[in-house]
Write a new protein. Structure first.
Length: 122
């Protein structure tokens, strides 16, 4: 549970940094938030991985959540358009992350020898 809370913090830090990057184009003082947000995001991601969450799941959730939150934030803060096609893309990305997470959980629950390694699959 702590790993998921840390991942949430990493996602929110990265999104804040990304939105600040967009804002820094007009207000260069925001570059301080950009740097701080990205440093914090990667530090928290490191802690998530240290606690045993797989990189594929952590990065997938982070990436998908970040894309959706950054798009929603930029639409709200900067008036950027959210088209139907963009929203469909967000849904597809989120669905892909769910599939990866379910696959990861099933891999942990499978009896030994059921899941082949990449070398065995070749």
């Amino acid at each position: 549970m702590i790993a998921w809370l840390l991942l949430t913090g990493a996602i929110l830090s990265e999104v804040a940094a990304t939105l600040s990057l967009r804002g820094a184009l007009d207000n260069p003082a925001l570059y301080v938030l950009v740097i701080a947000g990205y440093v914090l995001a990667f530090a928290l991601l490191g802690q998530v991985l240290r606690r045993g969450m797989s990189l594929g799941v952590a990065y997938g959730v982070w990436g998908a959540s970040g894309v959706v939150l950054a798009a929603a934030g930029s639409a709200s803060l900067f008036g950027e358009m959210l088209t139907v096609l963009k929203i469909v893309g967000f849904v597809l990305v989120a669905a892909g992350v769910v599939v990866v997470e379910v696959g990861s959980q099933r891999a942990h629950q499978a009896p030994d020898g059921v899941i082949a390694t990449a070398e065995e699959a070749r």
